[in-house]
Design a protein around this ligand. Structure first.
Ligand code: HEM
Length: 437
């Protein structure tokens, strides 16, 4: 018979031997899924995976439908937060130190320049990709009922993204930053009645200086990222509640309504069979989500498990996004001009590229270019899903049923792009027209 000490030693030895597998199974409660039930449970029990539905419609995974643009926006934001936090270890929001810190990043901090490049190129990319994501949502009619409110959240997300990028632009405190923000904030000053107050609120002074740098810094590293994170969380939550991504009608898109009709039709046709099927059916809690669901009753569906289908697609987009930003950051350095010289404005002083369309319009009319037209555009964007109520053409790129809406929207986009191109390449000293060739 073994002594109590030997039994204790054996127990300890077993615990040590099983330590890795016990730790692993305490974190991941299920082995790699081998059956449909496992796949569903994996999605439920893992914190990150439970953000996904257990099953998604095949249309969601078609690369040509979403082009992954929403996901790319999210991953760019994640890169920005990571590199931004690392940059914060070196940056000081002071007019006497900020520029020197940029030089330190370039010269003395290990991988400092690379970190700054990644942050800069991700920020520019995010502005462009969020805009393209909005275009994709519009051209596929995905803003229509029941996704109206998520579109509105999206418009706010676009504005916050622009403002985040704009506030970051000032931080290097070089000539480019100083004059771009001077021009940008003077556009805000054109607003009737409240223009000068808004400008003062932004700058904390009448000109760009220490107060503005501090305000832009606080907005850039705290207020706006937190706001964006919360809005993105609501955005994703709404996607789930709105029944997943939009898809052509008939592909489960009319959702609960269609499902109800089918069950009613089935009940009418074969009362006993349908009643038995419904009685024996076990519903998971997920069945109570008021939205389109996939497999209740004997309804054929066009869905696949999120694990591994959606997850692999997301992983692919993540790797692609990070790779592109890494390559860009290796090839191109973020600009850093001379330190700020308030006596020597560059001629012409240009706003960041995404506001150059505004600056171009301001050169025709300060009020209409700076406030009137952009304000009207934002109001129109917010109102679109409440004006355009037809159900036709949802889930299809450039559907002929939506010819008018698509034509109006694409005209707005093209006009904006033309203004940005003119402002970037065709404007010289005193905003005169120059040829770039
Ligand atoms: C930080 C900015 C944003 C992030 C991270 C984001 C993220 C996402 C993601 C991941 C999706 C799911 C699939 C996809 O299309 O890739 C999505 C869908 C959607 N987004 Fe965004 N988005 C952002 C901005 C916007 C903007 C600017 C709008 C419109 C003004 C918008 C409106 C929508 C709508 C309506 C859907 C549902 C589309 C559908 O059902 O087909 N989002 N978003």
């Amino acid at each position: 018979m073994s002594s109590p000490t030997t039994t204790k030693e054996q127990g300890l030895w077993t615990a040590v031997r099983e330590l890795p597998s016990n730790v692993w199974s305490s974190v991941f409660r299920h082995p790699l899924p081998a059956s449909d039930l496992d796949r569903a449970q994996t999605s439920f029990t893992n914190f990150f995976l439970h953000l996904h539905p257990v099953k998604v419609n095949r249309n969601t995974l078609r690369p040509v439908y979403t082009m992954g643009l929403g996901l790319i926006s999210l991953f760019l934001f994640m890169i920005l937060v990571t590199t931004g936090v690392l940059l914060m270890f070196y940056y000081v929001p002071s007019t006497t130190q900020a520029y020197d810190r940029m030089l330190d990043l370039r010269g003395t901090v290990a991988f400092g320049i690379f970190l700054r490049n990644m942050h800069r190129w991700s920020a520019h990319a995010m502005v462009a990709i969020v805009f393209l994501h909005m275009c994709r949502v519009f051209f596929t009619g995905a803003y229509k009922k029941p996704r109206e409110f998520n579109w509105v959240i999206g418009v706010v997300l676009l504005l916050v993204t622009l403002f985040l990028s704009f506030t970051g632009y000032l931080l290097p405190w070089d000539q480019l930053a100083f004059w771009a923000i001077t021009v940008g904030t003077s556009i805000a000053g054109y607003a009737p009645l409240v223009g000068s107050q808004v400008k003062f609120l932004l700058l904390g002074d009448t000109t760009v200086g220490q107060e503005a740098l501090l305000r832009f810094y606080v907005l850039h590293v705290a207020v706006l990222p937190v706001a964006l994170t919360m809005l993105v969380a609501i955005h994703f939550w709404r996607i789930r509640k709105d029944g997943g991504l939009s898809r052509p009608e008939g592909d489960g898109e009319a959702g609960a309504g269609i499902m109800k009709l089918r069950i009613e039709a089935e009940t009418a046709a074969a009362p006993s069979r349908a009643a038995a099927a419904l009685k024996n059916k076990v519903y998971g809690l997920q069945g109570f989500v008021r939205a389109n669901f996939t497999k209740v009753g004997n309804v054929p569906d066009n869905s696949v498990y999120a694990w591994p289908n959606l997850l692999l697609a997301e992983l692919f987009v993540f790797v692609l996004t990070v790779s592109v930003i890494l390559v860009l950051s290796l090839l191109f350095n973020a600009p850093l001009e001379e330190p700020v010289n308030v006596m020597h404005p560059p001629n012409p002083a240009k706003a960041p590229w995404y506001f150059l369309g505004l600056q171009e319009m301001v050169s025709y009319s300060a009020f209409w270019g700076g406030i009137g037209i952009p304000g009207l555009m934002v109001a129109l964007l917010l109102a679109v899903p409440y004006i355009d109520r037809g159900r036709q053409g949802v889930g299809k790129w450039f559907s002929r049923d939506r010819l008018l809406a698509n034509t109006l929207f694409i005209s707005m986009v093209i006009l904006n792009v033309i203004f940005i191109i003119i402002g970037t390449f065709f404007r010289g000293p005193n905003w005169s027209f120059v040829s770039p060739f």
